[in-house]
Design a protein around this ligand. Structure first.
Ligand code: PMP
Length: 440
């Protein structure tokens, strides 16, 4: 059965969705961290829907919330009307946010993906500032729909200016492959200083932008944490120049990094936060939460049919509460630190591990060619071919991991926050064995 399904999928579906091609599995059941294929094989899932499944697959609390909502007879689709489920979700969401931010925050339901929330946040800040450009970072990932609004014909929803505009790309302080040839604190300071000088240079070519958008830990870019001090510098630099700061917490949110929201590590107060993935408790849900002073949208300025699905809000509220009430944020920090330490400890034995980094249960292992020539920071050349072999070797050992990073040479670990100690050890046993085998 599984083989026939895989064959039909290859014929019928576009190859643009690469996950489907990299994992020749037809999952028939999933529970917690385990996915079972049609062939009866079981896998530990370290991808978790690219970080979506904070509580793993089919968590009883999530299933119960969905069943309760279905049994209640609540309308499943209602455009933007007020419902008890929406009220409950917004209560849970506001309670989870940093209090100073939540105190005067507005929520805008976008939908249904992270990319929709990014578009909404950028457009919101274009409206608020009357400007169009954006500041973004090397290695950033924010979604795939930059053109959606541009191809819309209705000028009324594009006011004041079309989406898009100029993007100024700034160097993200990637400590391992440092943009300024020096890593650590000094590299981050240089990145901040460059940003400041560029913005203040009358010949720098940068028009005042509508916003800066940043991830506190880059996910698809290769699991690269922004140093807290650097993020605070970005907050200061933007605040001094009247540039709204959007923090994209699509992947980092809901406890993943060992804080409920990754901005909490640095104490930075953003002007808007973009949220999706885990906030829907495995169902599609996306919101922008922003400070009310930016609420320049008139009624109808940014609408859409599927925004804030009832079941997703019920599943999301249950997830947010469970993560907060069961110590899962602290657990992500401790289990993640333990996993990172064991991976780091294996570097001596496995020189193909160039760098181990991340925060909480958002971990990255950058694979390199030990025979290559180090760059000025000491980083060895990335080895994307080895990364593909390791991913396959992991799958053969019953472990699902995905790749990311600038060169697709970073193994990304995004296990559910409910991962047990035994599962964490099993993940590392399989991963390290896979690396050892693939490297030789
Ligand atoms: N922002 C970040 C930080 C992401 O990691 C992603 C998805 N990986 C997105 C935005 C886009 O979300 P979606 O795929 O749901 O459109």
């Amino acid at each position: 059965v599984g083989d026939a399904i895989l064959r039909r999928q290859r014929i019928r579906e576009s190859a643009a969705r690469t996950y489907a091609r990299s994992f020749p599995i037809v999952p028939v059941r999933a529970n917690g961290m385990t996915v079972e294929g049609a062939d009866g094989r079981r896998y530990l899932d370290c991808l978790s829907g690219a970080g979506t499944l904070a509580l793993g697959h089919n968590h009883p609390v999530v299933l119960e919330a969905i069943r309760r909502t279905l049994d209640s007879g609540a309308p499943l689709h209602l455009l933007d009307l007020a419902t008890a489920e929406k009220d409950d979700f917004t209560t849970a969401l506001l309670a989870s946010l940093p209090p100073a931010f939540a105190a005067n925050a507005r929520i805008h339901f976008c939908g249904p993906a992270g990319t929709d929330a990014v578009e909404a946040a950028l457009k919101l800040m274009q409206t608020a500032t009357g400007r169009r450009g954006a500041l973004a970072f090397t290695g950033a990932y924010h979604g795939m729909t930059a053109g959606a609004l541009a191809v819309t014909g209705n000028v009324a929803v594009k006011e004041p200016l079309p989406s898009g505009g100029e993007v100024t790309r700034l160097p993200f302080p990637y400590a391992y492959r440092c943009p300024f040839g020096v890593g650590g604190e000094r590299g981050a300071e240089l990145s901040a200083a460059y940003t400041e000088r560029l913005l203040d240079d009358p010949s720098g070519g940068v028009l005042p932008p509508a916003a800066m958008i940043v991830e506190a830990v880059q996910g698809e870019g290769g699991v690269v944490p922004a140093p807290d001090g650097w993020l605070r510098a970005m907050r200061r630099i933007t605040a001094e120049r009247g540039i709204p700061l959007i923090v994209d917490e699509v992947q980092t949110g809901v406890g993943r990094t060992g804080a409920m929201w990754a901005v909490e590590h640095s104490g930075v107060m953003p002007d808007a936060m973009v949220l999706s993935k885990a906030i829907g408790g495995s169902l599609p849900l996306a919101v922008v939460v922003y400070r009310e002073e930016y609420d320049g949208w008139r009624p109808g300025a940014h609408t859409g049919t599927f925004r804030g699905n009832t079941l997703a809000m019920a599943a999301g509220a249950a997830t947010l509460r469970f993560v907060a009430d069961h110590g899962l944020v602290a657990r992500a920090a401790t289990v993640g630190a333990r996993m990172a330490a064991r991976l780091d400890g294996a570097r001596g034995r496995l020189p193909v591990i160039g760098d181990v980094r991340g925060r909480g249960l958002m971990l990255g292992v950058e694979l390199v060619d030990p025979a290559g020539t180090p760059d000025t920071c000491g980083a060895l050349p990335p080895d994307p071919r080895l990364a593909v072999r390791v991913r396959e070797a992991c799958l053969a050992r019953g472990l699902i991991v995905e790749l990311g990073g600038r060169h697709d040479a970073v193994l990304r670990l995004l296990p559910p926050l409910t991962i047990t100690d035994e599962q964490a050890e099993a993940v590392l046993d399989r991963l390290l064995d896979a690396i050892e085998n693939a490297a030789t």
